[in-house]
Design a protein around this ligand. Sequence first.
Ligand code: ADE
Length: 236
Amino acid sequence: MSWRASVLSLFPDMFPGPLGQSLAGRALENGVWSLDVTNIRDFAHDRHRTVDDTPFGGGAGMVLRPDIVDAAVAAVADDRPVVCLTPRGRPFSQDDARRFAAGPGIVLLCGRYEGIDQRVIEARQMQEISIGDYVLSGGELAALVLLDAIVRLLPGVMGAADSAVEESFGNGLLEYPHYTRPAEWQGRSVPEVLLSGHHGAVAAWRQAEAERITRERRPDLWAAAASRHHAVTAAS
Ligand code: ADE
């Protein structure tokens, strides 16, 4: 049984989109994972196929009805986690990607309009997840981001070389800079140590650069990595 993604959306034509290409696209063709997309509107029951209504308490925008969303979830739900994409969610991380990749698959609910009735989020025990502190016009692009990050971790999707790279982000640091030929380009040369053929010196330089870049760009990641390192050395 391959890893299964089910997407619930009002814009099903947005899928598979970019996931039909490249690494994820090939894995989809090879049956490493499968994708089914359900139009939430198919579960409306009036003549106008209405899926939303005005918010109780007033205010702008429309809210997706819990009964319609519940029926759409029921059509695909099994033992997989149900994730609701929303800027109100917990931030998505590489750890989440690993956790979802290790399971049977995922159900992704893409919100639109002002939101989704909170009762169906609770009743279906959905995990609310955000891909960052900005507001998209819907959850579809966020769902594509989650799937891309997860699918590349599925067994057989990436080569051995790339798995090592994923391990290197797994250490909580940003990656060191990369260089290839020509060794001199527009008056810019490649750091000398990389041409030295000295593997130990190269590894040390890369580690130092990864640490410097993480410290400069992401003090939050640096503090977390430093406290993990501290815990490890304190325990030994
Ligand atoms: N829907 C709208 N904005 C979003 C975000 N930042 N993350 C996840 N889903 C969203």
